[in-house]
Ligand binder design. Structure first.
Ligand code: UD1
Length: 356
């Protein structure tokens, strides 16, 4: 064993007894994060109510890492169950909180469901966090908090605009709740991670995105169209003031995103944080149009996608991509994978789940 391997081995042994709670750990980003946590030697306990995920994801994670994480089917809305869980797991040293609803349109139709699922649950979790001896919290936030930013790329200093939807509002309110809590509880440390557009799947094809019903997001709609489940991709709007008329987004590989969570958690565990509430953009720093995303898919899959430009979708911002210097320099994280890598993995994942 050389010295570098030795250090890695030692640090994994050290982390071995660090129990991390991942809420929504069977979901898309949650499951990839569990894998990266386990790779780093953490002990993971997942809670998930399976409302938008499948228990089979647990097998996918176990196949990749060789270790089955602890799992409890638990609904965070049931406060006594949350209290009971933390009584039994009072040795948790970090919480990564993904469990939430994320469909914009649905949130407009069912605002109270979104406020209960995304806000009430956050409050219950923070109340229990206060009782732990180690109070480290990572929050799954979104670039949606910026709305249509006045300047691109979007820095963390960009103003938070009035939310366009109850979903977006839950992310803004969620950050405010955490900020207020940290203000009066100096021993709670939290980081909000503002994701741009997470896409792709694990290279092993053991885990990936599993949308229920018709996908609302671009990439699963592309892969489902290519595999023949959908007839045609509707490209929403071709007359935006962008290079080819379609909207610009910052598509980030879910594995890069997952690794950022582990780094953020480590920052808190090592007490390297500058203040007890921090927030970072997580993106690649590069904007791609919808048509560039389609071209990337066509390139890596070797297929030609049936798509048609249609009317704009209500509520879409024209362009959003991240300024990444704060995440790069302060957090010490940067993306390693490309849009093509993400499309390639998403396509392999789609092919795998449809032939099972
Ligand atoms: C959307 C949400 C965002 C949320 C994120 C969660 C909106 C306006 N924004 O992001 O708040 O955090 O999902 O996953 O809903 N597109 C098509 N055809 C499709 C699907 C999408 O052209 O069938 C286009 C969209 O117009 C957009 C781009 O692809 O320009 C990306 O869309 P999507 O994947 O839905 O992500 P966002 O809208 O950026």
């Amino acid at each position: 064993m050389n010295s570098e391997q030795h250090v890695t081995f030692e640090s994994k042994i050290y982390k071995k007894h660090m129990k991390i709670l991942v809420t929504g750990g069977l979901g898309f980003i949650g499951s990839h994060t569990v894998v990266e946590l386990q790779h780093e030697g953490y002990d993971v306990v997942i809670i998930d109510n399976l409302s938008n995920s499948s228990i089979e994801v647990l097998d996918g994670i176990t196949t990749i890492t060789g270790k089955k994480p602890l799992f409890e089917k638990l609904d965070l809305k049931v406060k006594p169950d949350v209290q009971d869980f933390f009584k039994r797991h009072n040795d948790i040293v970090g919480v990564i909180h993904f469990a939430a609803n994320k469909a914009v349109g649905e949130s407009v139709a069912e605002p109270l469901m979104y406020y209960e699922n995304n806000i009430a649950t956050l409050v219950y979790l923070l109340q229990e966090l206060k009782g732990l001896s180690k109070k480290n919290f990572i929050f799954s936030s979104s670039c949606t908090v910026y709305g249509q930013a006045d300047e691109l790329p979007i820095t963390e200093n960009a103003p938070v605009k009035p939310a366009e939807s109850p979903y977006g509002n839950t992310k803004q309110i969620g950050e405010e709740i955490i900020r207020d809590t940290c203000r009066v509880n100096g021993d709670i440390k939290a980081i909000a991670l503002r994701y741009f557009n997470p896409i792709g799947a694990h290279d092993s094809t053991e885990i990936g995105e599993l949308p229920i019903g018709v996908p609302q997001n671009l990439v699963p709609f592309i892969t489902q169209t290519a595999i023949g489940m959908r007839e045609q991709l509707s490209v929403f709007g071709g007359d935006y003031p962008t290079s080819d008329g379609t909207c610009v987004r910052d598509y980030i590989h879910v594995v890069d995103l997952a690794k950022a969570h582990v780094i953020a958690l480590q920052r808190l565990l090592d007490v390297k944080n500058d203040s007890n509430f921090e927030f970072f953009n997580l993106g690649t720093g590069t904007g791609s149009t919808v048509l560039e995303a389609v071209q990337s898919f066509e390139r890596v899959s070797g297929t030609s996608l049936n798509y048609k430009i249609v009317d704009r979708r209500e509520g879409d911002v024209i362009a959003a991509y991240a300024e990444t210097s704060k995440a790069n320099n302060v957090l010490g994280w940067k993306t390693e994978l490309t849009l093509d890598d993400a499309m390639d993995s998403a396509w392999k994942w789609e092919q795998k789940i449809r032939t099972k």
